[in-house]
Design a protein. Sequence first.
Length: 107
Amino acid sequence: MPAQTHPPYLWDYDISEQQFRDVLNGQSVIGHLNQDWAARRLLEYASYEEIVRLLGFRRLIENWPRWRSSIRSESRRRGFDFLVTWLPEKHPELLSDDAGRDDARRD
């Protein structure tokens, strides 16, 4: 039986990476751990690359106003504030079909 992976941003939760992805994608809720919790957790603790890979640019930009107030790190808030303003203006092509997101590339 393969070992379950445990991303560093889930250090204090006993859930697997697959369970986290299911919650993040709205396919599952574990107690109080719902889709918004997973997105905020990712935005607060994961690397930029992981955030883009799992959320995608479009989803981040569309939901940032809802998640913003829950992000404790001021530098992360400022960085994402910049990104959600800059990206649609300078690179709108990255917003189509959730470019960059893992599950958007799977068929």
